[in-house]
Ligand binder design. Structure first.
Ligand SMILES: [Zn+2]
Length: 467
């Protein structure tokens, strides 16, 4: 069995993953603040870490994955006030929507989905421990973390404290000893949600919520903590400070993982995708699996462009792969197929190199198409394709249904749009590369039936409408 290597933000290098307890790996990912629909950029960590969760489960007997729901936050309060509804109406509506969107992206349910409002007691305990150990203080109804009390504060972001404070919007307040001190607890007005505490009625700071939920559900030390790169400072830096100081210096997280940005607000993006930026809106137009494939087509740490073109490319790839699976629908599958030396598996073990794993899926499809007539070879290749697919959260749908539904979606549009035609041409190109000539011919015929004629030339395929 090869080793899993992961890029650790704290050490700034790829490291061999070693579990604290190989019988039970613990992973935590910061979940959504439930005040609106998730944006495709917010969905990226959930897809990336879901893929890691699947890989870990293939490597270790037990994995406990916790992904929280932040259901108390000023953003939720603001949304409730603007819409003139109760706070829990907003938070339950968007929690439900989040769960639905995640499921549409083939994201497995985490083992634990703690809610911040169920963890208030643990938050208060943590603040008391921090105060008792000289890491926090109380001022004007606030409890604040005393940043200067922790000599290595800032080590996760690896930047000088003053630089970090300059970059982040740090609230300057008269009750702070130092501008970088952050809120653990703050007072609530009468009309705001709040809980009783030794420092008056109030509510927790966001950073504290994650620290308390991790301590409650996973323990003082965990293997992996993930999130978007934008969370490194201040959120994760502050989680680290609170947890490590409350637990008397005990290590908090061994591997910090952060995903890159999804560029969607660039001019090109908004033009091609219009308002389709929330997962919910994208799902009106595209399948969840296609969106997941698009996100996985870049390695999780790199920034990526999300556009109608990249979605069309993903759809073409999926159509091609499902086309091969449909062609060999009668071939039996060995669910326990050995994949230990498969290039796609090795790619996943190398800090989740999903683009390489995906190109290896195409290579497996090509092997399948070349194995025509050799039943044993067909069975092996198909089993591997499906097994690797399941680790990526892809290719688990019924291939026949995949095509009927896809064609229905296209048939429902008023006409075959340029975008659809180009997606089909890209799919045909991929089918040819995979030596799936039957599918390539089928696409040519389907387009012809719609009045679109293809002309192949050395520099590529052009097309024109005949009517
Ligand atoms: Zn968090």
């Amino acid at each position: 069995m090869s080793d899993l290597t992961l890029y650790n933000t704290r050490t700034r290098q790829k490291e061999k993953f070693q579990a604290i307890d190989a019988d039970c790996v613990k992973m935590y990912v910061c979940g959504p603040t439930v005040y609106n629909y998730v944006h495709i950029g917010n969905a990226r960590p959930f897809v990336a870490f879901d893929t890691l969760y699947r890989v870990l489960k293939a490597l270790f007997p037990k994995v406990v994955y916790a992904r929280n729901i932040t259901d108390i936050d000023d953003k939720i309060m603001k949304a409730a006030a603007e819409q003139n509804v109760a706070i829990d109406e907003i938070s339950s509506k968007f929690t439900e929507a989040f769960i639905e969107d995640m499921s549409a992206l083939n994201i497995e349910q985490p083992d634990i989905a703690p809610r911040a409002t169920d963890t208030i007691k643990e938050m208060l305990d943590m603040i008391e421990a921090l105060i008792a150990q000289g890491h926090a203080y109380v001022a004007e109804g606030h409890a604040l973390f005393d940043v200067k009390s922790m000599p290595d504060y800032g080590k996760l972001s690896n930047r000088a404290l003053e630089d970090m404070l300059e970059g982040a919007r740090v609230e300057v307040a008269p009750y702070k000893k130092y501008a970088g001190d952050f809120v653990l607890w703050k007072p609530s007005q009468e009309n705001e949600p709040g809980w009783d505490s030794p420092w008056g009625r109030g509510r927790p700071g966001w950073h504290l919520e994650c620290s308390a939920m991790i301590a409650k559900h996973l323990g003082k030390s965990i293997d992996i903590h993930g999130g978007g790169r934008d969370l490194i400072f201040p959120h994760h830096e502050n989680e680290l400070a609170q947890s490590q100081c409350a637990h008397k210096g005990e290590a908090f997280v061994n591997y910090w993982l952060h995903n890159g940005y999804v560029n969607i607000d660039g001019e090109k993006m908004s033009k091609s995708l219009g308002n389709f930026k929330t997962v919910r809106a994208l799902l009106e137009k595209y399948r969840g699996e296609t969106l997941r494939f698009t996100l996985l087509s870049a390695q999780y740490r790199s920034d990526m462009d999300f556009s109608a073109e990249s979605i069309a490319q993903a759809q073409a790839s999926l159509d091609s792969l499902y086309g091969t699976l449909r062609k060999y629908a009668d071939i039996d599958v060995d669910a326990n197929i050995e994949i230990g030396s498969e290039p796609a598996w090795l790619a996943l073990l190398d800090d989740l190199n999903t683009p390489l794993a995906i190109s290896e899926l195409h290579a497996l499809a090509k092997t399948l198409n070349k194995a025509e007539g050799d039943n044993l070879a067909l069975q092996k290749a198909k089993s591997k394709l499906l097994r690797i697919g399941s680790l990526l959260g892809l290719l688990q749908a019924d291939p026949e249904a995949w095509f009927t539904e896809a064609w229905n979606a296209r048939a429902n549009s008023e006409e075959l749009t340029t975008e659809n035609i180009e997606a089909l041409i890209a799919e045909r190109q991929q089918a040819k590369l995979d030596k799936n000539y039957a599918r390539a011919d089928e696409i040519r015929e389907q387009l012809k039936a719609e009045g679109v004629v293809l002309e192949d030339a050395r520099e590529g395929t052009s097309w024109k409408r005949e009517r």
